[in-house]
Design a protein around this ligand. Structure first.
Ligand code: HEM
Ligand code: HEM
Length: 266
């Protein structure tokens, strides 16, 4: 679980530390750090540097022809998500709770970008991938489904003659992709209910069968939804990328104005 979402875990830890440091500064100076003061300004600059890294590094790695020597794509995406959460957190607390004018619009864009990223991650994980981030092909998924069918037949002591549940590649819809969390959760709850009231070996056997069955249903859904998930991901890209570009355009205007008014005029 931690291995699967370690970037979220480290992002939360970093945000807790930043909040503690913020409260410490506030207590020591007896005022909320202002955007143009040393602490508020430092938060804005550091957070913005992290956001710039979020915008550029993953894309560069993704498009680099000889990128393999720079490490796994999955690690770069984890780093993208870490900086994509911590950077916005820092810039959002840098104004000392004032969100007026163009800077307020910039804050809103930043929040939207983070929410879009979270939605994107959910869609991204609907496309099955190997641990290095490379997509698993339809053929490989179908092979896993066949293996699971054989495993199910073995557990049920059945002669496996034909597929138990047919897969229908391409039949899935965006709605099915988006609701997969609930479908998986429903399967887990169902399995727990099946196990209640049974004891000892019978329960263990039934739960082992239910586990393989659940995995099989999951792979079956992945096969049916693969095309829809890829389509949804590319649609999401067409919103997420321009949103990011707009954000950075507004950010450069804000930074230019901030430097002009807050620094050069003094
Ligand atoms: C996406 C990144 C950023 C966001 C969302 C953001 C947001 C804001 C907001 C909401 C304010 C308060 C505006 C007001 O009360 O009128 C502010 C003020 C300020 N920001 Fe940022 N900011 C960002 C990046 C930066 C960076 C990188 C710098 C450093 C160059 C910076 C420097 C300042 C300064 C100096 C002020 C004070 C301006 C004043 O008091 O008139 N900001 N920012
Ligand atoms: C400042 C905040 C963020 C910025 C500027 C940003 C920017 C981007 C950009 C430019 C891409 C396109 C990469 C490419 O295909 O070249 C991207 C993809 C992506 N981002 Fe973010 N992002 C941010 C936050 C987040 C967050 C918070 C998450 C997750 C919680 C996230 C998850 C993703 C995912 C899953 C992809 C798709 C990767 C792929 O299709 O290869 N992003 N982001």
């Amino acid at each position: 679980m931690l291995r699967k979402s370690r970037e979220l875990f480290f992002a939360v830890i970093a945000m807790v530390f930043i909040t503690l440091a913020y409260l410490l500064v506030q207590a020591a100076t007896r005022e909320i750090p202002s955007a143009s003061g040393f602490w508020g300004h430092s938060l804005g600059v550091l957070g913005f540097v992290m956001m710039l890294m979020t915008e550029t590094l993953y894309s560069l790695r993704k498009r680099s022809k000889r990128g393999a020597r720079w490490g796994r794509m999955s690690n770069w995406l984890e780093f993208h998500i870490f900086t994509g959460l911590v950077g916005p957190f820092m810039v959002l607390i840098h104004p000392g709770w004032e969100f007026k004018g163009l800077a307020g619009v910039l804050s809103l864009l930043t929040v939207l970008m983070v929410f879009s990223g979270i939605l994107g991650r959910y869609i991204y994980t609907a496309v099955p991938r190997a641990s290095n981030g490379a997509e698993i092909s339809l053929q490989e998924l179908e092979f896993s489904a066949l293996q699971l069918e054989a495993e199910l037949a073995r557990l049920k002591n059945e002669e496996k003659t034909r597929p138990i549940i047919k897969t229908e590649p391409g039949k899935g819809s965006s709605l099915q992709v988006l609701s997969r969390f609930w479908l998986d959760l429903l399967d887990i709850i169902k399995d727990q209910v099946i196990g209640t009231g049974m004891s000892g070996q019978t329960r263990q056997k039934v739960l082992a069968l239910a586990k393989v069955n659940r995995k099989y249903h999951q792979v079956q859904r992945q096969i049916n939804n693969l095309a829809a998930a890829r389509q949804l991901l590319s649609l999401w890209h067409t919103v997420h990328i321009p949103l990011g570009l707009t954000l950075f355009m507004v950010a450069f205007i804000h930074i230019g104005a901030a430097i002009y008014y807050a620094v050069l005029l003094y």
